[in-house]
Design a protein around this ligand. Sequence first.
Ligand code: C2E
Ligand code: CA
Ligand code: CA
Ligand code: CA
Length: 275
Amino acid sequence: AKSEARGAFRFFEPEMDARIQARRLLEQDLREALVAEAFELNYQPIYDLASDRICGFEALLRWNHPARGRVSPAEFIPVAEEIGLIVPLGEWVLRRACAEASRWPDGIKVAVNVSAVQFTSASLVTAVRDALRGSGLPGRRLELEITESVLVANPGATTAILHSLKGLGVRVSMDDFGTGYSSLSYLRSFPFDKIKIDQSFVRDLGAPNGTDFIVRAVIGLGDSLGMTTTAEGVETEEQLATLRAEGCDEVQGYLFSRPVPVEDVPAVIRRWNGA
Ligand code: C2E
Ligand code: CA
Ligand code: CA
Ligand code: CA
């Protein structure tokens, strides 16, 4: 039995090796990409239902590696978090998004995703202040999106950081709401400006045993807490109609536009808001 076990171990060894090897390569490529500025941002419009106009864009990180092709942020962000690269990478995103958004019309905001690791890092508030100063973008045109994991990891630090950001005029959204661990009481005790309803709830709107009641509850929650609600992943007219009827404030999804390169932002604004 013992030799069998050893044989089994040897059998898996090369495969393990390959996996560790692949992971090291990915880490190396990520570090090089940051130095080479091989990342770029795409922007997806956020549509305001009260005015029927685009009111902002969410910045989404893109990495196009010469050999790997397009690598999804869902794949490389967790790795960047683990190896400590997310702080410099996230600061690059902040600077780039503020610089690009500073050239957009004044009514158009930019929303930037901030990883939990970066949010509670010592340098976040300074990085935001520097990105605003460097670009000339007014704080009121910047929104930061954070996920519930921030609250669970470090509720004390989060409150202090949220208040410092408010001091800069920056708004903060709770992203992917309903998918994490946080409870309703958490939401009440943190001064968020916006709740983003996760696309998993939007997808099943109108389905048998659908999520209509959850979406309705979250919109009601937002209303009673004085927070704006944004629905993500809106792909159909039916979903849009339901969200409108339920009093959702903002929507975002392929129905309006996929994320686009920065040079296409003016055309997207023209298409929806007119000239
Ligand atoms: P997220 O913040 O929830 O971003 C929304 C994701 O949904 C984006 O995927 C977007 O392209 C996709 N999406 C938008 N509309 C639709 C739709 O109608 N249908 C469907 N099926 N999907 C839609 P993406 O760009 O691949 O980003 C994935 C995740 O990676 C983001 O989820 C966010 O958690 C993370 N991420 C992206 N950029 C950054 C960044 O700059 N910093 C950090 N920390 N995370 C980022
Ligand atoms: Ca987001
Ligand atoms: Ca989201
Ligand atoms: Ca509302």
